[in-house]
Ligand binder design. Structure first.
Ligand code: UDP
Ligand code: MN
Length: 303
């Protein structure tokens, strides 16, 4: 008999990737920061964490996550998935993406982890209808339950939601297309009404719609991915987010754009490499920061 009046909290499914962590202290610290901040701020929901690992990284993650639960005196279900098995299952997906969106199109296995979000609906248990994936170089400052509330704001066709890329990387990558199509908004910052592209540090998945979609399997076929990349003269190096960026521009109804506060990227690289003047327009993000993203190994503010 449940003697309390409170309704049980909803369980939410949160995914992350944690590989090549053996002997890598920065990776361990990132998982600690991410998982502690996630569990500490999750007040309205119960977190079920799904971690994609290699064998030695699994042992490291187990120890870190156990410590976080004990420190916070809070429960969290943790499930591990083998990255090598997933790479096998998603082999054709990776083969379709890699020629266009990878810096080293030869290194197949090490690369596949950067594309596997695009096939998460095949990896996740079929009963899972919604999920969120975070990079582990992130830190939450708000309840992840609030992020899940955004699912209710999506249109009928939405399959994914990602926050904008907050650097001019796609202005750079799309140089050829933009010079040949000077009125196009792709690669422009949001503050000028543009579409700067998307960042995959935080991804929302409408898993049930992904599984039912007749269109999505066609969109990720090699011939279609090649045609899409050719249309935009696109040669990227950022993995899944290059595809989400093109998909979101071509089919905006399939990819919702999250508020920038849920993935506030901190990497200053493009500002230091020829784009100092325009960087502030891209990095512009108002309001409370819900998630810091210390991309390109940028330190995250303490609070
Ligand atoms: N990752 C991993 N092992 C690696 C490299 C990356 O598990 O050797 C995962 C990790 O979750 C990381 C994500 O892949 O957050 C994306 O890489 P990263 O955050 O370093 O890229 P950035 O955001 O700096 O572009
Ligand atoms: Mn990252």
């Amino acid at each position: 008999v449940n003697s309390s009046n409170s309704t049980p909290k909803e369980e939410v499914d949160v995914w992350c990737i944690f590989t090549k962590a053996a002997g890598n202290a920065p990776m361990k610290y990132k998982l600690l920061t991410f998982s502690h901040s996630l569990l500490e701020s999750a007040n309205s929901v119960v977190v079920s964490l799904h971690v994609i690992v290699d064998t030695s990284s699994q042992r490291i993650a187990q120890e870190i996550l156990q410590g976080v639960k004990e420190t916070l005196k809070k429960g969290m279900k943790v499930t591990f998935y083998d990255v090598n098995q997933i790479a096998k299952d998603l082999k054709s997906l990776v083969a379709a993406m890699q020629p266009h969106f990878s810096s080293q199109p030869g290194s197949y296995y090490s690369d596949s982890l950067f594309f596997l979000s695009l096939g998460l609906h095949h990896i996740a248990p079929s009963t899972m209808t919604r999920a969120v994936m975070f990079d582990i170089d992130t830190k939450l400052r708000s309840d992840v339950g609030k992020l899940f509330n955004l699912f209710d704001s999506f249109g009928n066709d939405t399959l994914f939601a990602l926050a904008p890329e907050l650097s001019p990387v796609y202005r750079h990558v799309l140089y050829t297309y933009r010079s040949q199509n000077p009125t196009s908004k792709i690669g422009d910052p949001i503050v000028t009404g543009g579409y700067p592209g998307l960042n995959s540090g935080v991804i929302l998945f409408v898993l049930d719609k992904l599984r039912m979609s007749a269109q999505y399997p066609q969109l990720i076929q090699a011939s279609n991915v090649t045609a899409l990349a050719q249309k935009y003269s696109f040669k990227g190096h950022l993995g899944d987010q290059d595809f989400y960026t093109l998909l979101g521009f071509e089919h905006p109804e399939l990819v919702s754009v999250l508020p920038c506060n849920w993935n506030r990227q901190l990497c200053p690289w493009w500002s230091e490499h020829g784009y100092r003047e325009v960087m502030p327009q891209y990095a512009h993000c108002e309001g409370k920061i819900h998630v810091w993203h210390g991309n390109c190994n940028t330190p995250i503010p303490a609070s």
